[in-house]
Design a protein around this ligand. Structure first.
Ligand code: PRP
Ligand code: URA
Length: 208
């Protein structure tokens, strides 16, 4: 079973509460999501491997360190785009893939509409990002699309998750570690997370 990491960082809790507030305007919502993504970047990249190399400081020869693997971020469109920059600005030489999925309003099942991935990503460290893990259908399908391309080292990062979604994701992809800022109570009858923050895509982009 993959690891489940639930943040208990006070700054993340503070900013996430602002995001949950229905009166928070779109620009503040986007800003908070960007900040939280950067803070979570620290956690999700903690176990990346390093190589050593020789360098010379102005004082003497010494050993430097650099990331040994290729990191690829994969936002699930649309809402995953809101987390992209917070991570991408911190990870050296990062590449980015895009997976487009939307939830059908009646069935709540994900519908695929886009996939563009960097070439030769089989051995990369993949981080799939999407603010909301509700039923888990979108995350499970996005990860399956990556596995179908040969990817093996996959982590999933979200902002808010429901127990139902975490359970479905961990059962469907036992090798994938899940990182979340909050594990909420449940889903409602429309498969929205309770208390959640509403529709993440709409709140990021100002649509409804
Ligand atoms: C939201 C969210 C996830 C999905 C989560 O996307 O960003 O992708 O729902 O729900 P699930 O766990 O039940 O699959 P949505 O379908 O609203 O599309 P959008 O990002 O384009 O708004
Ligand atoms: N998608 C969202 O944006 N919010 C939810 O609560 C569930 C799915």
């Amino acid at each position: 079973m993959g690891k489940l990491f639930v943040s208990n960082h006070p700054i993340i809790a503070h900013k996430l509460s602002i995001m949950r507030d229905e009166n928070t305007p779109n620009d503040v919502f986007r800003h908070m999501l960007d900040d939280i993504s950067a803070l979570m970047c620290y956690e999700i990249t903690k176990d990346l491997q390093l190589d050593e190399y020789e360098l010379k400081t102005p004082i003497k020869q010494t050993t430097g360190k650099r990331l040994s693997g290729q990191v690829v971020l994969v936002p699930v469109l649309r809402a995953g785009l809101g987390m992209l920059d917070g991570l991408a600005k911190l990870i050296p030489n990062v590449k980015i893939g895009h997976i487009g999925l939307y939830r059908d309003h009646e069935t709540h099942k994900p519908v695929k509409y886009y996939c563009k991935l960097p070439s030769n990503i089989e051995n990369s460290e993949i981080i799939v990002v999407d603010p909301m893990l509700a039923t888990g259908g979108s995350a499970v399908d996005a990860i399956q699309m990556l596995k179908d391309e040969g990817c093996r080292n996959i982590k999933f990062l979200c902002l808010v998750s429901a127990p139902e979604g975490v359970e479905f994701l961990q059962r469907s992809h036992e090798d994938v570690d899940v990182y979340t800022c909050a594990l909420d109570e449940k889903l409602n009858e429309n498969a929205y997370i309770v208390p959640g923050l509403g529709d993440a895509g709409d709140r990021i982009f100002g649509t409804d």
